[in-house]
Design a protein around this ligand. Sequence first.
Ligand SMILES: *Cc1c(COP(=O)(O)O)cnc(C)c1O
Length: 374
Amino acid sequence: MDNPRIPFLKPHLVELPAYEPLIRSIEQSHIYSNFGPLNTRFETELLGRFFTGAGALSTVNNATIGLMVALRLHGLTGRRHVIMPSYTFVATPLAAMWAGFTPYFVDVAPDDWALDHDKVTAALQALDGDVAAVMPYATFGNNIDLAFYADLERQGIPVVVDAAASLGCFDGNANFGTGFPGLVVYSLHATKSFPVGEGGVIYSARTDLIARLRGMLNFGFDQNRVSAEMGLNGKLPELLAAVGIATLQAFDAGAMKSRAAAERYIAAFGGPDFARRGWQTQRLRGDVLRPFFPILTPPDRPASGVLQHLEAHGIQTRAYFNPTCHQQPAFRDCPHGDLTQTEAMAPRSLCLPQWNALPQEDIDRIIGLLASAA
Ligand SMILES: *Cc1c(COP(=O)(O)O)cnc(C)c1O
C-alpha cells in the first residue's frame, strides 16, 4: 500500500477545553475588543514569560498591519526608502508601501540568509539621507544579531524588525528582540511559531513608543478620544486573546515536539553526505523554532526538480522566497542594490515538512528520498 500523503503544514492550535473558561468570561464581561481584560492579561503574561518583563508590548490584529503602523510611527517622515531584504515574505515590502514608503532591496548573507550588514551600510551611504527606516527580517525565526541594528538606532536611523516567525524563539533566557530599542513585530498566524490563528505582537524596550503605537492602533485616538494622527483599527479581539493566553500556557510542550523533528533533519543535512553534494542549511543562533525545515538544494540541482520528486512520492514541500520579492510584479519598480546572493539562493530554496505531530519515520523517509535521488 502507498504511504499516506504528507502535507507541507498541518497547523495546530490549542484545543477548545484550554480556553473555553476564558470564552465564558467574555460572556460575563461583555467586552469583546478594544484592548479588554483578556488582551491585557495576554500582554502582561507574554511580557513576563518571554521578555523578562522588560520594555512594553501591544497586540495587533496581524503582523502586516503591525509592520505598517510601526513604520508609520517610527520611520522618518519626509524620507522615501525603507531598506529591507528581497529574500522575505511579500508582507515586508507591502507593509512599507502601505505606510507610504518605497522598499529598497538589499542582499542577504550566504550563511544566515538575513540582511548583509556591509551591504546595508553601503546602501545607507548610497541613499544618502533618504532612508526612512531599516527593516531586517529575522529569517525563518533565526536569532539574528541585533547589535548592528541597535547601533543604527543610536545613530538616529529607525529600525523595525520583521520578526514574524520569531515568537517563542529564544536567545538565551529571553525571546528574540528582548531589550531592542526599535520596534519588533511578531505574527500569531496559524502557520507561525506561536499559532493563534490571526494576530500579532509589537515589542520595544521603549515603553513610550508602544504607548504611542497603541493610540495609532485605535484610530489615532489620544486620551480625549480625538484622532491625533493617521491611525487605523489594528486591535486584537478578546476571542483571540483567549486563544493567546491558552497558547502561552501550553507553549513549552508544543515547542519540544518541533525541536525533536528539527534535530532529525539537522543531523542528516549537517552530515558529510549531504554537505559534500552541495546541500546547505541555515546557520542558526540560539533556540529557533521553525514549523518547517528550510534548505538550499545543491547549486546544480534546482529546488523545482526536488519538489517534483518529493511530490511524486506524496510529500508536499514549499519553495518559500522563490521568486523573491524583487522578482514579483508588485515590486517591479522598487530600487535595489546588488542582489547576487539572493538571486543565487532563490532557485535553490525549499522548505520540508516538520509539523508537530509528523512521525519521525516520515522525516526519515523524506531524508532517504533526498539521499537516494540522483
Ligand atoms: C507571515 C509573515 C508576515 C505577515 O504576518 P501576518 O500576521 O500573517 O500578517 C510578515 N513577514 C513575514 C516574513 C512573514 O513570514
